[in-house]
Design a protein around this ligand. Sequence first.
Ligand code: COA
Length: 195
Amino acid sequence: MTLPPSLSDPALSDKVSIRGRRPRDLPTLRRWLADPEAAWRRWDAPYFHAASTTAVMQAYVDQLASRPPDPDERVIDLGGVCVGMVNRSEEAPAGGGWWDLGILVYDPAHWGRGVGTRALGLWVTATFEETNAHVVTFTTWSGNERMIRAALRLGFREAGRVREARVIEGRRYDSVRLDMLCADWERAQRETSVP
Ligand SMILES: CC(C)(COP(=O)(O)OP(=O)(O)OC[C@H]1O[C@@H](n2cnc3c(N)ncnc32)[C@H](O)[C@@H]1OP(=O)(O)O)[C@@H](O)C(=O)NCCC(=O)NCCS
């Protein structure tokens, strides 16, 4: 696929791919997902109660080794190392063509360097290729500027904003949803492709 011309760190983002989970990724996944103090927890849906998020994450980590890779999840690979994950779920009703996407880059040292934008673009392309998706969305909160800017950079549009719907550390933020139509994505890919 072709990406927008200016990413934060083209040299780094060139090394980004998405792939299925391998057994050797498990220690990395366990380390980042099971840590209740991990920095990503302050950004990825921090409005949910920390204890319930920790319990959900622990249960997820516990069954990773015994469960085959899920086609609706991929690992973000940076130069051969697992640095994050992408996932997707179909909005009800099944077959309706609406999929909601998620992304997580574990280590703050990798944030703001173009990794997320690149992985997100690859995941959007994969989702339109592999599913019946007519439209894909991301749902976040107004304080997560990296997430919003990465999506806007790829051509996502703001589809909805519920004002002051989320409380984080005593302050209210908007719930923000961004969308991308399959037709718009494919058109943008054609227009930015080098002939
Ligand atoms: C959200 C996330 C996936 C984005 O990935 P990333 O690799 O950090 O993003 P990128 O570097 O590709 O792009 C970030 C954008 O935000 C900008 N940015 C970087 N740091 C920023 C900051 N501190 N404040 C505001 N904007 C910032 C960058 O300039 C870039 O925008 P631009 O392309 O218009 O210049 C990643 O930061 C992450 O996993 N965070 C923790 C978990 C999370 O929030 N997940 C999403 C839940 S909905």
